[in-house]
Design a protein around this ligand. Structure first.
Ligand SMILES: [Zn+2]
Length: 503
């Protein structure tokens, strides 16, 4: 088995961050060398296991339609994930799970013995890297782990890498990740994230209460040992506790993100956070008279008054960019809280278990009442403008689905992000880049995957049609390749039908 080590995989390391980073560069060199010659490299808890065809179990092989070591996708349109314009008439040669060649079909020679798949009329994009891609689904006051349905639906939707951004059932998630890595379960590669890093936790909470810096260090160290590679702060955490948690995570080679409220984006950037979830709507920098370390009740509403082109926003962008803090866009999930929009994807209803579907229908009726949480249309538009301005200022924006009980589902919501990002003003190529290469950059694994470039892992999505001309063609997934192994989305979807919210 070939293990690929990356920065966040270096669990158990207690050296200062600078040493971690130096070690990371060394590990990368060793890792790339091991990839080229194919020898085994032992590594830490968060390692990525390359799925070799011979390691796939019958439970996985039943979804596989492309297994040959050398495959050529010919006559395709390519959006390569780097932001470059889409190009027609390309051939992509895959050899042993990696992209061996990509170029004009007139110039690239198809190797003898290759399996040739003529995809005229189709577009190929890199596998989607989803950074806010939970493995649980919440409805009716409970949360159900999607260990069976989640990985299948993510893969079917074209998502080949996920970072889970908080787990409600962290051991179930870690076991699911191991099952995928061992070839027992079809699914994306997984960065598991452990429980939420909160401050005070109520009697119904699932996360460890972190009241002191010592609490933070103890809990972070524990989850690093258990195999989490990222952690996510949320809710009422204080600056001191968050700072200690980030520091401990970095000492152990983990990444740290946050769905913040009590701590503002600029404060978190100063504390060394790597990534921030959701963008404008959770940024309490802009809440008037905000008290330090306290989550203002008007957060997620007050942002409607923010001048997106104003000085306050520019100051946030300056801090985030100077400190290399990326942002995860989750527009598709917030759109479902906008009364004037809240699109209902018929595929979602088909995928949900009967009880979950009933809960969704009840929630959608409640959304129209004035008492339930909703996102004003104007705020949603400002969220789109804020993200566009962040990227134009030089910020690193990635994306994720945030599957939630309001109808955002694995894969489907990731696809919807593409449509909304294009509506927000990004070019189709930029939107693809946000969902692929930028996610890989946030995970510090862009040397391995995230774009259609020679030498990278062959994580590819074949779409019928042309999402540049027709954004909704992003939904027409006909084949998903993960490390060169091709999965049939229809079979994956058929096997989760009516089961999201039950297993
Ligand atoms: Zn979330």
């Amino acid at each position: 088995m070939v293990f690929l080590c990356a920065r966040w995989g270096a669990g158990g390391c207690s050296s200062p961050r600078v040493l971690v980073m130096r070690k990371e560069r060394m590990m990368r060199t060793v890792m790339l060398a091991s990839l080229l010659v194919g020898f085994a490299l032992p590594c830490g808890a968060g390692a990525i296991a390359a799925q070799r065809p011979e390691q796939l179990s019958p439970q996985v092989l039943r979804y596989v339609t492309v297994l040959e070591p050398v495959v050529a996708l010919v006559n395709v349109r390519v959006i390569d994930g780097t932001g470059s314009p889409a190009v027609d008439g390309r051939t992509i040669v895959i050899r042993d799970g990696r992209i061996a060649e990509v170029g004009p079909s007139t110039a690239v020679t198809v190797p003898p013995g290759a399996r040739v798949l003529d995809f005229a009329g189709h577009t190929v994009i890199p596998g989607i890297v989803g950074l806010h891609n939970h493995t649980y689904y919440s409805f009716g006051g409970r949360s159900v782990q999607m260990s069976y349905t989640g990985p299948r639906l993510y893969l079917a939707g074209g998502v080949t890498t996920i970072r889970t951004a908080g787990a409600q059932h962290p051991y179930a998630e870690l076991n699911m990740k191991r099952g995928i890595a061992a070839g027992l379960v079809p699914g994306p590669r997984v960065h598991a994230s452990g429980p939420y890093m909160n401050g005070e936790v109520g009697p119904g909470g699932t996360s460890p209460p972190l009241m002191t810096e010592a609490d933070a260090r103890r809990v972070v160290a524990y989850w690093a040992e258990e195999g989490a590679t990222w952690l996510k702060a949320s809710g009422s955490i204080t600056r001191a506790v968050l700072g200690a948690a980030i520091d401990e995570a970095h000492r152990r080679g983990m990444g740290f993100t946050g769905h913040l409220c009590s701590v503002t984006f600029r404060e978190a950037a100063a504390l060394g956070i790597d990534n921030l979830e959701h963008g404008l709507i959770t940024n309490s920098d802009y809440v008037k008279d905000k008290r330090p370390d306290v989550c203002p009740p008007e957060n997620m509403r007050a942002q409607v008054d923010v001048d997106v082109q104003g000085e306050d926003v520019k100051a946030t962008f300056r801090d985030l960019i100077a400190r290399g803090v990326s942002v995860t866009s989750t527009l598709s999930v917030y759109e479902l809280f906008v009364r004037e929009r809240a699109p209902l994807d018929p595929r979602v209803l088909e995928a949900l278990a009967p009880e979950a579907r009933q809960a969704l229908e009840t929630d959608r009726q409640a959304l129209m009442s004035t008492t339930n949480f909703s996102v004003p249309l104007l705020l949603f538009q400002k969220m789109m403008q804020w993200e566009l301005a962040f990227v134009r200022a030089g910020g690193l924006l990635a994306a994720g689905v945030d599957p939630w009980g309001n109808g955002s589902l694995p894969g489907y919501g990731d696809q919807r992000n593409y449509e909304v990002l294009v509506e927000a003003g990004f070019t189709p190529e930029q939107a693809v880049q946000i969902m692929t290469l930028n996610g890989a950059r946030v995970l510090r694994e862009d040397s391995l995957y995230g774009s259609i470039e020679r030498g990278k892992l062959a994580d590819l999505v074949v779409l019928r049609g042309d999402p540049v001309r027709t954004p909704s063609d992003i939904r027409n997934v006909v084949l998903v390749l993960r490390e060169g192994v091709g999965y049939d989305p229809a079979r994956l979807i058929a096997d989760v039908r009516g089961q999201i919210g039950s297993r």
